[in-house]
Write a protein that binds this ligand. Structure first.
Ligand SMILES: C[S@@+](CC[C@H](N)C(=O)[O-])C[C@H]1O[C@@H](n2cnc3c(N)ncnc32)[C@H](O)[C@@H]1O
Ligand code: SF4
Length: 424
């Protein structure tokens, strides 16, 4: 066992106050108890892309019209199963924050997203807008107009880089920036986010600064800058940047964005206006629909099958397409809460106590004291805020977590539709 693995295992045992690992089983609930969840968000996964990128770990497959339409029909049924079972008798609707469509490339199915939104609105009232991911090729007047008419308020475009050199490293074609910019002016959205990947071979701060400036000058009011992650199961041949170099880059990007007056809305995201945001991750609870979609409820986390065919089969048999479920102990749920809330770089004492009925100080007072002493967080009033240093270590740990846990889980789930159990 590597030192990092051992340390992470010990940290997990300490923080969850148990030697029990995170264990996912294939037994699952047909009723998802989401009515008891406050701050609930919705997520819908559309696993189709026109061209598959070999660095990408997400659940996706090449677009075929018949399969995509059959999948959308199943998606409507899954929404109906989940909504009807909890709310059918009451005739009431559950208030949710936001709805995000991710993928794959959901904008490829722009014409049918309105049906999905309507199916969800039968059971849910969405209060903070609807977001959709697009490939730069989807940024056309026609597609944006369809999305807007369906009620979409936020879009996120997978730019990756405005520079040909890095697009070619990633095996993608260059982005036509003037064309994209003109369309974005013609069909405006409340949030226009652009995704970039950093820590590509030989990438410098100047390269990234140019990308950030171009994004904000050409229609974005929000950017996400993700570190490149080399998943073991992808066919990517992109070399990984050493950690020390990565840290320098992350620090420089962060300082530059803060100097420009941009607001850090999460570890990887910055916005130019305070009211804009694009994040399907920073919600206390969420319900996910579609293959590979996850749901996080008060006492459990579940993940749907990655197989499009098996997903359709399960739903057609009037069963939920859940592949694996973990039922949390109280401490496991607390750590899960803190890990994902920390992604927004802030944790509020009041929110924690409202969620768990236990003061944050009582649960993790000692650990937070140590984190403050090490300069990872600072406290203002009832709010813990991550420092630049803390943000780097969070990033470092998240990277490790992604490779040790998500990589293992997704690697298995891409091969097996319904594995019996996964221990992390
Ligand atoms: C679902 S895609 C976005 C929409 C669209 N499919 C596209 O590629 O333009 C989500 C984002 O994940 C990021 N991503 C994908 N693979 C990654 C990897 N190996 N490391 C870091 N970020 C990655 C990319 O920035 C990508 O835009
Ligand atoms: S990066 Fe986007 S377009 Fe490429 S395979 Fe992944 S989801 Fe599809």
């Amino acid at each position: 066992m590597s030192v990092m693995k051992l340390l992470s295992k010990l940290a997990r045992m300490w923080l969850t106050r148990t030697t029990k690992p995170f264990t996912f089983h294939n037994d699952y609930d047909e009723h998802l108890r989401f009515l008891e969840c406050s701050n609930l968000g919705l997520y819908v996964h559309i696993p189709f892309c026109k061209k598959i990128c070999n660095f990408c770990p997400y659940c996706k497959t090449a677009y075929q019209e018949d399969l995509a339409n059959a999948y959308l029909d199943a998606l409507l049924q899954e929404i109906e199963l989940v909504g009807e079972r909890e709310l059918g008798q009451t005739g009431e609707k559950k208030q949710v924050t936001s709805l995000y469509f991710g993928g794959g490339t959901p904008a490829l199915m722009a014409e049918r997203l309105g049906e999905i939104i309507a199916a969800l609105q039968k059971y849910f009232v969405i209060t903070e807008g609807i977001g959709v991911e697009l490939h730069p090729d989807n940024v056309t007047k026609e597609t944006l107009t369809i999305l807007k008419a369906a009620g979409v308020t936020k879009i996120s475009i997978g730019v990756q880089s405005f520079q040909e050199k890095y697009q070619s490293i990633l095996g993608r074609k260059p982005v036509e920036i003037e064309k994209m910019s003109a369309v974005l002016r013609e069909v405006p959205f409340e949030t226009v986010s652009m995704d970039f990947i950093f820590a590509l071979p030989e990438q410098t701060f100047e390269d990234l600064k140019a990308d950030i400036d171009l994004a904000f000058q050409n229609g974005a009011n929000h950017i996400a800058i993700y570190p490149f992650i080399d998943f073991t199961f992808t066919k990517s041949a992109v070399p990984v940047m050493p950690n020390r170099q990565k840290r320098k880059l992350l620090d420089k990007i962060t300082k530059y964005c803060l100097e420009q007056g941009y607001i850090r809305s999460s570890i990887w995201t910055f916005s130019s206006e305070s009211h804009v945001g694009y994040s399907s991750m920073t919600r206390d609870n969420f319900l996910g629909f579609g293959c590979s979609a996850t749901s996080l409820l008060k006492d459990q986390f579940k993940i749907n099958t990655f197989s499009v065919q098996e997903y359709i089969k399960r739903v057609e048999a009037q069963k939920l397409p859940t592949s694996l479920t973990i039922r949390f102990t109280k401490w496991q749920r607390m750590i899960y809460y803190l890990f994902w809330t920390a992604y927004s770089t802030k944790v509020e004492e009041e929110d924690f106590e409202k969620f768990f009925g236990v003061p944050l100080k009582k649960a993790y007072g000692f650990e937070l004291f140590v984190a403050r002493m090490c300069g990872f967080v600072k406290k203002e009033g009832g709010k813990y805020e991550m420092t630049l240093r803390g943000a780097f270590y969070y990033h470092y740990f998240e990277n490790y977590y992604t490779l040790a846990y998500i990589d293992k889980m997704w690697g298995i789930m891409r091969k097996e539709a319904f594995p019996e159990r996964i221990v992390l």
